[in-house]
Design a protein around this ligand. Structure first.
Ligand code: ADP
Length: 499
C-alpha cells in the first residue's frame, strides 16, 4: 500500500458482482416477468452483468412490502435511538467494504476509483451517521395559545417514500435519499438509475446485515418510463424524492399530481456560472474552473459549465486554461494518474458529442478538445468553447459532460446579469479577493449554493438544492429530514374551558 496503488486495488479492477436481483422485503428476487437488463462498463463497452428488471408489478410488490412494514412493522414505532443504532451498524459495514463498493461504482459509472474510495463511499457512511444522530431528536412543538387549550404538534414519518436517483453519483445519492427517510421512520422503495444499479444492491445487502427490518428498504432497479413511472404515479406511495434531469422532474411532478397528489422534491439540472474577477489569481482560477467542469467528467449537476472572466485577465486566463486542459489526463479511472474517466453511457457520450457539434455550427470557437479519446470506451476530450453567446444552445442547455463555455464580462452588473440568464439556478461560483464583490454578487445570483473561491465545497449538515428550474426541496441537513416528516397538531381542552 506504499505507492497508493496496491495489488489489492489492481485486483479490484474486476470486482465480482455479487448482487444482481431486486431487493424486496429483505430478499433478493427475480422480477415477476423474469426480465433482465444489461449494465455496461463504460471503459470497455462490455456487459458487466445482467440485472433483474423491475416493472410495474415488481414496484407494486415492493410498495406492498413497504406499506406493511410502515403500518405494522417495528421501524416507525421504534425509539429513534434504536433506529440510530441500526443505521450506525450499517455505516460500519459500509466502512468495512469501501474498496469493493468504490470499485463497483467505477466499473458501472466510469468514476475515478481513487475519488470513490476517498470521498463518495466514506461520505455514504458519514451521511448515515449524521442522520442516525438526528433520529432521536425529532419532536414537535407545544403552542402557547390564547385559548384554554393544550395544543401541540407531533412530527410523524410521512409514510412510504419513493426515491428515484440518477447515475452520476450512485453511492452518495442512494444514502442522501435513504438515510434521512430512515431516520424519520419511513419505509421506502428506491429505484437506482438503470446505468448504475450495482452499488445500490450491495448497500441493500449491507442494510439487511445491519438489521434494517424486512420491507423497510426495497431496491428496484429498472428503467425510468416503467419502474420510475410506477413509483411517481403509485397511489400508495406518500412522497417522492427525485434527483435527475429537469425534463424527467417535470414528468414526475405531473404523475404525482395526476395520481394521489403526493408531495415531490426535485433536485434537477443546472448550468452553473463561475464569475472570475480581474483581481483573481489567474493560475488558481484556471485550476478551479477546470475542476469545476471536468470533475466526474462533467457529469455533475453543479458543474461550472459557464465560465465568465473579466476582461482585464481574460486573455491570460484563456491561454492558461487551454494549456492545462490539453494536459488533462483522460483514461482508465482505476489508474491513479488519471483525472477523467469515461462518460457513464453510450447515450450520454453521443449526447455530449452532439452538443459539441451544435457549438461549432452555432459559431462558438472551439479552443481545444471536441473529440472522443481512443476507439474503445466512452472517453471524451476536455473541451473548451470561447466566444459563446448567451442565447446559444451550448450556453443554455445542460450538457453534462467535459465541455466548458467561456466568455468575457466587463462590470459586476454585467457579470450578475449573465450569471442569472439561465432557466437553472443550482450553483454559482465567484472568484475574487474582494469581499465587497463576493458579498454583493453572492446575494444577487439566484442559485441554491454559492461557492466563493472554491467548488463542490459542502458538508452533510448544509442543505443542498436549486432555485428556478433546478427544482425545489433540499437534500442534506435537517431540511432533508423534514421532507420525510409531516406535522400533526393535537388539541386538548384544559379542564373547565369552554372547548
Ligand atoms: P438522464 O436522462 O440523464 O438519464 P433522468 O433524469 O432521465 O436522466 O434519470 C434520472 C432517474 O430518473 C433515473 O433513475 C431514471 O431511470 C429515472 N426516470 C427517467 N424517466 C422517468 C420517468 N418518466 N418517470 C420516473 N423516473 C424516470
Amino acid at each position: 500500500l506504499t505507492n497508493g496503488y496496491s495489488h489489492i486495488e489492481s485486483f479490484l479492477k474486476i470486482p465480482t458482482v455479487k448482487f444482481t436481483k431486486l431487493f424486496i422485503n429483505g430478499e433478493f428476487l427475480d422480477s415477476v416477468s423474469g426480465k433482465t437488463f444489461e449494465t455496461v462498463d463504460p471503459r470497455t463497452e462490455e456487459v458487466i452483468t445482467e440485472i433483474a428488471e423491475a416493472n410495474k408489478e415488481d414496484v407494486d410488490i415492493a410498495v406492498r412490502a413497504a406499506r406493511e412494514a410502515f403500518d405494522f412493522g417495528p421501524w416507525p414505532r421504534m425509539p429513534g435511538a434504536e433506529r440510530a443504532k441500526i443505521m450506525v451498524k450499517w455505516a460500519e459495514l459500509i466502512e468495512q467494504n469501501v474498496e469493493e463498493i468504490a470499485a463497483l461504482d467505477t466499473i458501472d459509472g466510469g468514476k475515478l476509483f481513487s475519488w470513490c474510495k476517498a470521498v463518495d463511499v466514506p461520505e455514504a457512511s458519514n451521511i448515515l451517521r449524521y442522520y442516525a444522530g438526528a433520529a432521536d431528536k425529532i419532536h414537535g412543538d407545544v403552542f402557547k395559545t390564547s385559548r384554554d387549550l393544550h395544543l401541540y404538534s407531533l412530527m410523524e414519518p410521512v409514510g412510504v417514500v419513493g426515491h428515484i436517483i440518477p447515475w452520476n453519483f450512485p453511492t452518495v445519492m442512494f444514502l442522501a435519499k435513504v438515510a434521512p427517510a430512515l431516520a424519520a421512520g419511513c419505509t421506502m422503495v428506491i429505484k437506482p438509475a438503470e446505468q448504475t444499479p450495482l452499488s445500490s444492491l450491495f448497500y441493500a445487502h449491507l442494510a439487511k446485515l445491519a438489521g434494517i427490518p424486512d420491507g423497510v428498504l426495497n431496491v428496484v432497479p429498472g428503467f425510468g418510463s416503467t419502474a420510475g413511472a410506477a413509483i411517481s404515479s403509485h397511489m400508495d406511495i406518500d412522497a417522492v424524492s427525485f434527483t435527475g434531469s429537469t425534463e424527467t422532474g417535470r414528468k414526475i411532478m405531473q404523475a404525482a399530481a395526476l395520481s394521489n397528489l403526493k408531495p415531490v422534491s426535485l433536485e434537477l439540472g443546472g448550468k452553473s456560472p463561475v464569475l472570475i474577477f480581474d483581481d483573481a489569481d489567474v493560475d488558481k482560477a484556471v485550476d478551479l474552473a477546470l475542476f469545476g467542469i471536468l470533475h466526474n467528467k462533467g457529469e455533475i449537476c453543479v458543474a461550472f459549465s459557464r465560465v465568465f472572466v473579466q476582461e482585464g485577465i481574460y486573455d491570460e486566463f484563456e491561454k492558461k486554461v487551454v494549456e492545462k486542459a490539453k494536459a488533462w489526463v483522460v483514461g482508465d479511472p482505476f489508474d491513479p494518474k488519471v483525472q477523467q474517466g469515461p462518460q457513464t453511457s453510450k447515450a450520454q457520450f453521443d449526447k455530449i458529442l452532439s452538443y459539441i457539434e451544435h457549438g461549432k455550427t452555432e459559431g462558438a470557437t472551439l479552443l481545444t478538445g471536441g473529440k472522443p479519446v481512443g476507439n474503445k470506451g466512452y472517453y471524451i476530450e476536455p473541451t473548451i468553447f470561447a466566444n459563446v453567446k448567451e442565447d446559444m444552445l451550448i450556453s443554455q442547455e445542460e450538457i453534462f459532460g467535459p465541455v466548458m463555455t467561456l466568455s468575457k464580462f466587463k462590470t459586476i452588473e454585467d457579470a450578475i446579469k449573465k450569471a442569472n440568464s439561465s432557466k437553472y439556478g443550482l450553483a454559482a461560483g465567484i472568484v475574487t479577493k474582494n469581499l465587497d464583490i463576493a458579498n454583493t454578487v453572492s446575494r444577487s445570483i439566484r442559485a441554491g449554493i454559492i461557492w466563493i473561491n472554491c467548488f463542490f465545497a459542502f458538508d452533510i449538515d448544509c442543505p443542498f438544492g436549486g432555485y428556478k428550474m433546478s427544482g425545489f426541496g433540499r437534500d442534506y441537513g435537517l431540511e432533508a429530514l423534514h421532507k420525510y416528516l409531516q406535522v400533526k397538531s393535537v388539541a386538548t381542552p384544559i379542564y373547565n374551558s369552554p372547548w
